[in-house]
Every structure is written in structure tokens, then in C-alpha cells.
Design a protein around this ligand. Sequence first.
Ligand code: HEM
Ligand SMILES: [Cu+2]
Length: 573
Amino acid sequence: MAESIPVGHGADHADHGDHGHHEMSFTEKYVFPLDHKMIAMQYMFTGMFMAIIGGFFAYVFRMQLAFPGIEVPGFGVVTPAAYNSLVTNHGTIMIFWVAMPVLIAAFGNYLIPLMIGADDMVFPKINRLSYQVFLVSAFVILGAFFVEGGAFGGAWTAYPPLSTKAEYNLSGLGSTMWITAVFLEFVAFLLGGINFITTAMNSRAPGMKMWDIPMVVWMIVIASILFMLSVGPLLAGGIMMIFDQNLGTAFFDPDRGGDPILWQHLFWFFGHPEVYVVLLPAVGIVADVITTFSRKKLFGYKTVLYTAIGTGVLSFTVWAHHQFIAGIDPRMANVFTVTTLLISVPIAEMLFVYIATLYGGSITLTTPMLWALAFIFEFLIGGVTGIFLGASGNDIFMHDTYFVLAHFHYTFYPIAIIGTFAGFTYWFPKMFGKMMNEGLGKLHFWLTILTFNGIFLPLFVLGAAGQHRRIYDFQNYPELAQPWMQDIRQFATICLCVMLGAQLIFFYNVIKSWMSGPASGKNPWRANTLEWTAASPPPHGNWPEGLPNVYRGPYEYSHPDREEDYWPQNEPA
Ligand code: HEM
Ligand SMILES: [Cu+2]
């Protein structure tokens, strides 16, 4: 069987003759594909579809916060229960059904074989299975909105006893569907991770050494390892939660001797590394984009790599910073304060490395480059505000306020949205063989970035003024119902509406460029990495004429001995 032997897949292809293949039916090609690029597209467009749903939920509950009690156009009046389940599923969907599938699965599937010079993943059938399990999980999470009691409303962190008792969360079946969906999604990513790691390690083109692997590939590999190492306890916790919900066990139920804090440990032991699981691929995308558009070598390639690994290891030691007010021993809180403040060092270092890469480069501000620069700038705000929250004494005041909410949106939004746009606009010519429209791309960029800051910067202020998260109607709290506060809420919501509207420009640009954009050729950005040596879009098998050889690292831009300012990895010296 081809997929059990790493090198076998290529041989398998040769058997088909000169890639004429048998004509694949529509179902074989688009519904149950084995080609890594098609699976990548499935993940990409499912993720984008889920982003629209997650964004729509944000629109509905932000309308409720800005104009309490109104009939939200396109939704209706938001009840308190609906508010809770919209917030819960917004968070859950954005992390597990948008950030994960797009950044890891879509970019990982698309880029890993193409950037290491392989014709496909090592295990194409596991790859296909991964997407199928993922798709089922998406149906389960969305299906919960249609069952009796509605979708789960106990927050994306699902703390017991709220999450385990139907009489508290009011959504018996919905809460079981929520945890089942998350469980299935984890299974899908375990299956995907096996492929990413083995393919990157075993199927590299001849001549490609460890240090010749492009950064985005490394980052997806490290992220997959982090995911695998952290998810086990939460999978166990998920089963325990399903038992508590349905079979009368009491792992987490304090009334009957269970321990609700146990869940918090299991959740955050996974939950904090999860931030790095989605962060690292975005960091990798940014590395590849900024080197191309500053025509410079990545400053400190190995430094970035070791830093990423070090950050990954450290990320297993910070989880209890989410539990500073959960009654943990203050001495223990000190330990977690120290580890948390420590982890900001490598992250800051990575950003410095990027700034050093840009320094003195000949920078062109293309749309992907603007996104990459915005990532550096906006993520910096997320990182710096995290330091406030990592200090346990301060977090006693800040915990569960909108300061926290603004902080983590300044990390997740750059990761999931900005990072994705950087990668998507950069590799669009490869994926579809067409150039995107730069004017529309820039308009979309500026509208999205300005409104993003318009939404979330003011929320730091509200948070510092004591505004709590997960509140349905602030008019019930006189100290939070002051007119200036309501003005800020309305401003944030209006910015959100403009931002969501601006996404139409993006989808219009994608469809129009795909249909009638100028042809891109193989290497429109004059970049070094191997994917740019394949046809655009690459055919099944990627290089039917024969796989490339590699002679050097991925970032040899502006080499003094060369006339051209780039030096493709596959070009003999
Ligand atoms: C599209 C713009 C977005 C807006 C306007 C927005 C707004 C919000 C607001 C206001 C809340 C809290 C509501 C409450 O506590 O009552 C929230 C929660 C959350 N958001 Fe977003 N968000 C956006 C995008 C994202 C993205 C891209 C991610 C992650 C990739 C994300 C992840 C989360 C998470 C994890 C929660 C916590 C949910 C919970 O408390 O259970 N959001 N969002
Ligand atoms: Cu954390």
C-alpha cells in the first residue's frame, strides 16, 4: 500500500504512466480527494465558512451589548440564554473551527509537500479521514443549535458544574454535543498532525537538510507536536465530562465529592499550549512573507527555530495563570507568574528578529506584506498586555474583565485573521494561478485593520473600568451603565459592522481574481522556496516532470555574489 511506505507514493504515481491518470470523477476529485492540495482547500473553505458564522455571532451579541433589547436585524431579539450560547459558540468556533483548520490544516496540507519538494503527504488516506472527521465535528457543533434546549451556553472553557448539569446550563443535549464536537475535532487534528510531522521529516527533496526547511513548515510541525503532547489530558477530561453529563458520575461535581478545579487544570494544560499551536503557524507565514518582500535573509533562522521550540516547552508550564482566582495557593500563583513573565521573553525575541529582518531591506508594501507587518504590530499589543495579566496580584482585579477580552483578541485576531490573510494573499497566485487585485486588497486591509483596532482598543478602557465579560445587559449594573460606557460599546459595535461589511471586498476580490485575474506564472514574487518552482496551480503530484533537488536554504535573498536578488533553493550553484 502506497501510503504505508514514505517513498512509495511517488512510485505509485509513476505506475499510472505520465500522470495522465484515469479520469477522476467529480466525487473522487472534490468530495473524497487524496491530493493534499484539494484537502487543503476543503479545510480552507470550511474554515472560512465557519469564520462567517463565528463573525455573525459576534455581530449579534455585540448588537445586543450596544443596543440592549433591540431586534437585531437578521436575528431578532436576543434572549439571555441565546446570548450565552452565541458567545460560547463564537469562541469555540473561532478557535477550533477557524484558527485550527485554516492555519494548521489548510496551510499545513497545502504547503508542507510543496515546500519540501514531495509529491504528496505520506499518508493520503489518513489525511482524507482527518478532514472527514473534522467535517462531522462541524456538523455536530452547528447541529446543537437545532436540538431541544439549544446549543451549549456555558462558555468555551466549559467549567463545571455549569457545564455538567443540565439544570444549570439549560441545554442538556446541546452541552453533550458541544463536548462531543470538540472531542471529534481533536481526533481530526491528531490524524492531521501525524501526517504533517512524518511528511516533513521523511519526504524532503534530495539535498534538503533540516536547516533548509522553510520556517512555516517548521512552525506547523512544532505546532502539531505541541498539540499532540497537550491534548491527551483534555481528551480524558472530555470523556469524564460526557460521563458526568449523562451517566451520573461525579468527576467534577463538588456536591458529590468531585473536583471542579480538576477540569480547569485539564482544560488549561491544553488550552495555553493551544495558543501557541495556532500562533506558530502564523509566525511561520509571517517569516516567509517578510523575507520575500524585504529581499532579505531571515535574521537568525536557527534562533527563531530554537525560540519556537523553547516557547513550546515553556508553554506547558504556565497554565494556572488562568486560575489565579480559583483558590490556588498564593505561593503557587507566584510560580506561575514567573513562568508566564518568562514566556514573554522568547515571544518578544521573535518579534525583534522580524524587525531585524526588515531593517535595511528593500521593502515593497504588497497586500501580503501589509498583513505580515500588521501581524507584528498588533500581536505586540496582545503580548504586552498579557504581561499585566500574568502578574497574579494584578490579575485578581483584571480577571474576567474586558481587559482580558481585549488582550486575547489582540493575540487571536492577529493569529487567526491577520495571519490567514497574510498567507492567503501571498499563496493565492500559487493556489489559483491568478494574481489578486492589489487595490481591492489594500482597501480590504485598511478597512479591516482600522476597524479591528476600533473594536478592541476601547475595550481595554472598559475592562480597566471594571466591565465584566459574559454579561448580557450592562444596564442591569448602574456602575457599568454610565453613558460614556454605552458610547464606547456602540462605537465598538459600529466598527464591527464596518469590518464585517469589508469582508465582502475580500470575497469579491477572491472570486473576481480567480475568474478573470491576470495569470501569475510560476513565481510572481520572485521567491526562493520550492512551491514557486511548480506550476500555478500545481498539478496532481506537484512536479510531474520530476521532483526538485535542493542546494541551499530558503532565504538567500540579495546575495552579494549574484546579479539576481534571489536564489531559488533548487537552482544549482
Ligand atoms: C470578528 C471580530 C470579533 C469580535 C467583534 C469579537 C468579540 C467578542 C466579544 C465581545 C466576546 C465576549 C462576549 C462576552 O464575554 O459577553 C468574545 C468572546 C470570545 N472571542 Fe471573540 N470576537 C471577534 C473575533 C474572534 C476571533 C478571531 C477569535 C479567535 C480566533 C475569538 C475568540 C473568542 C473567544 C475564545 C471568546 C471567549 C468566549 C467565551 O467567553 O466563552 N474572537 N468575542
Ligand atoms: Cu494561558
